[in-house]
Design a binder for this molecule. Structure first.
Ligand SMILES: [Mn+2]
Length: 460
């Protein structure tokens, strides 16, 4: 490649060394007789001109195959050059490096780019300040947790992808594993997509009881803050990282609460990136999914920081996995459960009851629960199955007066764990306890008893 450098100073020389290769043919044209450091070595020919004339320019034979660099302290000095080049039949691409404010209508001169070198470098430097800040925070976070032998990573009662991904990022940051630093909830993962996410990423969220909290040396909260939980449950929290507003009244050793982020996953991505921690494909997929779901694909309450995290994670993520998470597919075996559900359904008013019997996978239950609201006039549904000696019930409400979460808690929390939101809830308890409590033996009787209990309390 032939390069022509026109310069009225050599101040930006260090910045262009990366642009020009040793094999390139370089012609330097010093314009306006300035003195320069003799130590600057030029890889090619050097011309010195007081002024540049069209005739002299024509002799250089510059064409669109070449590249022109202009290094200008006084941009006006190069007007004639620009004019000449633009009128040429074969105008070369021109990079105009300056430190002056300059307006060139690039619409009329598509071959010219003006680069303000100080502001470009300044932008990079400003970003470095920010990076140092984040890296220091990442280090402080790591130091807060690194000495602990066990770390409890707490999320909301129904952890969403943002919380799960942020928990995984904490594990990556401290080199923790699911045993010594589990991602935990006092509730359970209810949404079908989130269950699919856990399965695909081969990770887990552990349901813990309040009594277990004390077994961990340090507590981290991601995407949630201590006042969310019952008073007195979390007296000593080491780390809180969240993008929801700060509800005053608590302190933690390390706190990063920032509402200008669309997702906690973005905050965690910044820590990992600034801290130089490797982001595996799985982690990138999780974090990207966290950013996407919390910001509704950068449409809701997102900032340029979310966009930056998004573009950093995008090439690292597994996109096939990502699409499976948002639209879990049905395999033939799962399809059989759908058939079974349709066969074994009972409608009582607008309440739909589905009994699946024994299932080989528990995630089919919430999937069918989502689907169940599409059947007929259903406004409230309960999909029940037996998985590994436990009865699992997924409740869905779409316009019924009955609060699914409250109903689950009232009916089943005495036998196991149960709860959720108004529109979706889950209960899980041992089959044996249910059989004893209700004095029933066969699976058929269990089914009938459940139907009786539920259809009595779900309002029409
Ligand atoms: Mn969030």
């Amino acid at each position: 490649m032939r390069y022509f450098l026109f310069a009225d100073h050599f101040g930006f020389m260090p910045f262009i060394s990366g642009l020009v290769d040793i094999t390139d043919d370089m012609t330097v044209i010093k314009v306006g007789g300035f003195t320069h450091d003799n130590n600057i070595k030029f890889p090619g020919r050097l011309f010195e001109r007081e002024n540049i004339s069209p005739d002299w320019l024509a002799r250089l034979n510059i064409s669109r195959e070449d590249r022109v660099l202009i290094m200008a302290q006084d941009p006006k000095r190069f007007d004639l050059l620009i004019d000449h080049m633009s009128k040429s039949d074969s105008p070369p691409p021109i990079l105009f490096l300056t430190d002056k404010a300059m307006a060139i209508s690039t619409g009329a001169l598509p071959n010219i780019s003006v680069v303000n070198v100080p502001s470009m470098v300044g932008l990079h430097l400003a970003n470095e300040w920010r990076l140092i800040g984040i890296r220091e925070k990442a280090y402080r976070l790591w130091r807060t947790l690194s000495s602990a032998s066990s770390v409890l990573i707490m999320t909301q009662d129904d952890p969403d992808p943002d919380a799960i991904a942020s928990g995984m990022a904490i594990q990556a940051l401290i080199g923790g594993d699911p045993d010594s630093s589990p991602i935990a909830t006092l509730g359970q993962v209810i949404r079908n997509e989130n269950i699919a996410m856990l399965r695909l990423l081969d990770t887990s969220v552990r349901t813990i009881s309040p009594e277990e909290i004390g077994q961990f040396e340090k507590v981290v909260m991601v995407d949630v803050q201590p006042p969310y939980f019952d008073e007195g449950l979390f007296e000593n929290v080491a780390v809180v990282i969240d993008h929801h507003p700060y509800p005053p009244g608590y302190e933690a050793e390390f706190m990063d609460i920032n509402v200008s982020y669309g997702a906690t996953s973005t905050m965690m991505s910044e820590y990992l990136i600034a801290g130089g921690i490797r982001i595996t494909e799985k982690l990138a997929t999780a974090l990207l999914y966290g950013v996407i779901t919390d910001t509704m694909l950068l449409a809701r309450e997102s900032s340029s920081k979310d966009f930056e995290a998004f573009s950093h994670l995008w090439p690292l993520a597994n996109h096939q996995m990502l699409s499976s998470m948002s639209r879990p597919r049905l395999n033939p075996e799962e399809l059989n459960y759908f058939v079974r559900a349709i066969h074994n359904r009972r409608m009582v008013g607008d309440f739909l009851f589905v009994w699946l019997g024994y299932v080989k996978r528990d995630d089919i239950i919430p999937r069918l629960a989502d689907f169940s609201l599409q059947i007929g006039d259903t406004s409230f549904s309960a999909v029940c199955g037996v998985y590994q000696d436990n009865i699992i019930i997924s409740l869905r409400n779409n316009g019924n007066k009955t609060d699914a979460g409250k109903l689950a808690a009232t009916l089943f929390s005495g036998m196991g764990s149960a709860g959720g939101h108004r529109t979706m809830a889950k209960a899980i308890f041992p089959l044996e306890i249910f059989q004893k409590t209700h004095g029933v033996k066969s699976i058929k009787q269990v089914k009938k008893t459940l139907l009786d209990i539920l259809s009595k309390v779900v309002s029409d």
